[in-house]
Design a protein around this ligand. Structure first.
Ligand SMILES: [Zn+2]
Length: 430
């Protein structure tokens, strides 16, 4: 579904504009392009405000400590360079106070030896170039205000923050990343998104044109700054050819933030070590005398003895890369799980209907049946796990094992994911 991205972007601007307007801190933002539009205020409700700033007083703390004349002052922002001291920076400005008085005053609240490279300091000067105010950014939400007007004083202020959930949806035309940037999805979110799906997708190969990306994430704004920080992804969906992979954020009972699909399965699915039921391990990975050739040879998989026709499951989510006869392997299937892992299944008697090259399969889905085709001495499944194009011993596989929610935790998850989804769709479509 094509979504109006402009609308979403506008909404974010409006919400922020409204905030600036409402909290009356706009005097410091006049030089920045904050759009405040009265007619759009109704739309605010469409952004879920998770954590509203405290508004005990109609004026902001910044406003309280800055006299109104700042509006007529000229602001110059200095970025601290390597080796530069506060004293050296002050030399570029004029004050009606002695430089060392100012330094002593600042040091009473903040040790200037702790000044860091790239830290920002704003100087506000009047028409005669006399600096009336200095603001030092201590961290993303704390500032130090040095008043140098009629009386000299310093105040440390924690800025209010507020969080919203932002939702975006876009179609991939080039890549998940570049199209994400085009659609104003923050870089940090895209990196998290790629990490989240790295167990399921090979981003170089699986993503096709017209893949849909739908995502909701937390964004925290700081008053008086156009800056924001990005929190966790709340929801993410990648839809390829009508197949959806989706994950919801969830606080587990252990207190971790993790991601689960609608069934309550964790994103970090391991690859199955035994991709069939009721089988007996008949030959393990490693050097052995080949039962047919008689030569010592590396056995690059593990064998499971099982009756002909026993269903074989996909070892993990992935895309079928090969289906068909493959020399000594007989009837053979190979699945690519992501850009590092593949699994292969050999000596099959047949393939499950619908399994063909390019088809997407989910972990545990039946893909074929145990047989005795190729160089095989009896009915068994020869199973390989391929890591970076080399067979590895499946029994030594050390992938994180995914948690599956159950009981009360599953009930809680079911409730919470529906809320996340409803909010996301509400953000997108209303
Ligand atoms: Zn084998």
């Amino acid at each position: 579904m094509p979504i109006s991205f402009k609308k979403i972007n506008l909404l974010v601007l409006i919400v922020f504009g409204f905030y600036i307007f409402f909290t009356n801190v706009s005097n410091l933002n006049f030089k920045k392009n904050v759009i405040v539009s009265d007619t759009k205020h109704k739309k605010i409700q469409k952004q879920e405000i998770v954590n509203e700033p405290e508004r005990n007083s109609p004026t902001s703390i910044v406003q309280d400590s800055i006299d109104n004349s700042v509006i007529n002052l000229n602001e110059e922002v200095i970025t601290v360079k390597k080796g530069q001291t506060f004293s050296e920076i002050l030399d570029n400005f004029l004050f009606k106070y002695n430089k060392f008085e100012i330094i002593n005053l600042v040091n009473s609240e903040f040790n200037l030896k702790g000044l860091k490279i790239n830290q920002k300091i704003s100087f506000f000067s009047d028409k005669k170039n006399i600096t009336k105010k200095i603001i030092i950014e201590l961290d993303y939400k704390t500032i130090l205000i040095i008043n140098l007007s009629d009386k000299m004083e310093v105040t440390k202020k924690e800025l209010n923050t507020f969080s919203t959930i932002e939702s975006k949806e876009y179609i991939i035309l080039n890549s998940l990343y570049t199209d994400g940037i085009e659609n104003d999805v923050p870089n940090e979110v895209l990196i998290k998104l790629i990490q989240l799906f790295s167990f399921d997708l090979d981003f170089q190969r699986d993503i096709k044109k017209n893949t849909l990306v739908s995502i909701a994430y937390e964004k925290t704004f700081v008053e008086n700054a156009l800056d924001f920080s990005i929190g966790n992804i709340e929801y993410a969906k990648i839809e390829i050819d009508k197949n959806s992979l989706e994950y919801f954020k969830f606080f587990t009972n252990e207190g971790f933030i993790d991601y689960f699909n609608r069934e309550g399965k964790n994103v970090k699915k391991s690859i199955l070590k035994t991709p069939l039921d009721g089988a007996k391990l008949s030959s393990s990975f490693g050097m052995r005398k080949h039962p047919i050739s008689g030569f010592n040879k590396m056995h690059k998989g593990i064998d499971f003895a099982a009756p002909i026709g026993t269903p074989i499951y996909a070892g993990g989510n992935g895309i079928v890369e090969y289906v068909g006869r493959n020399g000594g392997y007989g009837k053979y299937i190979r699945i690519r799980h992501n850009n590092e892992y593949k699994t292969a299944y050999a000596h099959l008697s047949g393939y499950k209907k619908g399994i063909s090259k390019g088809v997407r399969v989910n972990q545990g889905e039946v893909i074929g049946y145990v047989g005795n085709t190729g160089r095989s001495t009896g009915p068994h499944l020869h199973y390989e796990i391929i890591y970076q194009n080399k067979q590895i011993n499946p029994l030594n596989l050390k992938l994180p094992s995914g948690k599956i929610l159950e009981g009360d935790e599953l009930i809680r998850f079911n409730r919470e994911y529906k809320t996340i989804l409803a909010n996301h769709l509400n953000n997108l479509f209303e």
